[in-house]
Design a protein around this ligand. Structure first.
Ligand code: CUA
Length: 167
């Protein structure tokens, strides 16, 4: 079979692109751990307290066992609610040890918010009526800023929090 020079070039280009794209997806999925959402969880945005994880006493950081933690957050304009500390003051900063396996569970009471831990791959859209969850390992020590990256109103730029990963 005779192939014209241009046909060969296009064939190599086409097959090459396919291989390149599959390699990129493979790199993302197997090396970087990027995954689509596994399932969808719904919640009544007017009554988030009815859901166990978002009861006021369950907000913020909870140690499950040795190296597993859960962080429950209720987002609303223009604040992330991590619950209160022993002095009954709102928790503004979450601290987890290096290497901790953390499950984030977040929902919104009002409008769409974002939950992005700058400098990590934790980046979620938080929609009223849904629970956004993501499990990750916090491997790099440092103080991270959590930012809302969905425009949610006049106080959008003031909506942030802190997560510290300590040695
Ligand atoms: Cu919340 Cu922007």
């Amino acid at each position: 079979m005779h192939l014209h020079k241009f046909e060969k070039i296009w064939l190599i280009f086409g097959v090459g692109s396919l291989v390149l794209f599959l390699a990129i997806i493979g790199f993302g999925a197997f090396y970087k751990g990027t995954q689509p959402q596994s399932h969808m969880q719904t919640i009544d945005p007017n009554n988030v307290e009815a859901y166990e994880a978002f009861k006021p006493e369950n907000l913020g950081l909870t140690k499950v066992d040795d190296n597993n933690y859960v962080i429950n957050v209720v987002a609303s304009a223009f604040n992330y609610d991590f619950g209160v500390n022993k002095e009954d003051k709102p928790v503004k900063e979450i601290k987890v040890p290096k290497g901790a396996n953390v499950l984030f569970q977040i929902t919104s009471k009002d409008v769409v918010h974002g939950f992005n831990i700058a400098g990590t791959n934790v980046n979620m859209m938080v929609e009223p009526g849904y629970i956004s969850s993501l499990e990750t390992k916090m491997n790099k020590p440092g103080i991270y800023t959590v930012v809302c990256n969905e425009y949610c109103g006049v106080g959008h730029h003031q909506m942030f929090a802190k997560v510290e990963v300590y040695e």
